[in-house]
Design a protein around this ligand. Structure first.
Ligand code: 0O2
Length: 235
């Protein structure tokens, strides 16, 4: 009996090993393409930031971070959505494998950058979720875009999906802390904690507005600098 099993393993091993190797090769190729897409979008954002800084003497982008979704999160998300676990399935069904987070000083800069990025003729907007205009019930705010950007490979051009999350520093602070707290176990008085977090999010949104008003006031007093809004109104 045991020799039968051993024979079976020996006969099947090469085929299954080949399949595993083929899948892992396809996965590595696709992840590299997503990584290239991240580089493309990051460059576009850096170009906008640098031009903006020359024209208006300030940088709208405080920081850009990026990540590729890790394999375990990909598998969990596919499972959660009841989708097949395969390289083809993740490429066709998941839009946030490649992700960039753009943190801005001011809320209005987020929409200016969105406009400047999405009007580029090689960018296609696949999805837009404005959690700034419509915050999540827990207080989460950010602008989420799924865009398709071309990547020029040895085999030719390929459009790749990238998720771009735009946030202010205040929104990012809240989301980072809330994310850490959410995964803490055995929280007693969870409802009260959620209420407090929601209040913090709303307070931070007020501060964001006040800081932006101060900047607008300073901008309008500074006669030498061209007014950024009259420039962007013409776009
Ligand atoms: P990670 O590791 O950050 O990528 P969908 O992607 O459409 O299937 P969902 O949740 O509707 O699922 O997408 P949505 O609303 O666009 O949010 C996706 C990402 O936004 C999350 O990624 C978080 O990064 C962020 N996010 C959304 N809601 C919250 C929130 O309430 N708190 C915090 N801190 N972040 C949030 P992932 O997939 O969770 O993981």
């Amino acid at each position: 009996m045991s020799s039968l099993i051993a024979n079976n393993i020996a006969n099947n091993a090469p085929a299954s090993l080949a399949a595993v190797l083929e899948t892992s090769q396809k996965f590595a190729v696709l992840m590299n393409q997503y990584n290239c897409a991240i580089m493309e979008v990051e460059t576009k954002l850096k170009v906008l930031d640098s031009e903006f800084s020359l024209k208006f003497d300030r940088n709208p982008i405080e920081s850009i971070t990026s990540r590729l979704k890790d394999p375990l999160s990909i598998i969990n998300k596919l499972k959660r959505k009841g989708l097949p676990i395969s390289v083809e399935s993740l490429e066709n069904n998941l839009f946030d494998i490649a992700g960039l987070r753009v943190v801005c000083d001011f809320q209005d800069d987020i929409y200016i950058l969105e406009q400047l990025l999405t009007q580029q003729d090689d960018i296609e907007v696949i999805m837009r979720k404005d959690y700034i205009a419509n915050p999540k019930p827990n207080g989460y705010r950010s602008l989420h875009l799924i865009i398709a950007t071309p990547v020029f490979l040895t085999t030719g051009k390929k459009m790749m999906n990238v998720e771009v999350q735009f946030r202010t520093i205040a929104m990012d602070f809240w989301a980072s802390v809330e994310h850490k707290l959410k995964y803490k176990k055995n929280i007693s008085e969870e409802e009260l904690i959620s209420k407090k977090l929601k209040k913090c999010a709303d307070d931070l949104a007020l501060i964001d507005n006040q800081m932006q008003d101060i900047r607008i006031e300073i901008d309008s007093n500074e006669k030498e600098n061209p007014n950024v809004y009259s420039f962007f109104d013409k776009l």
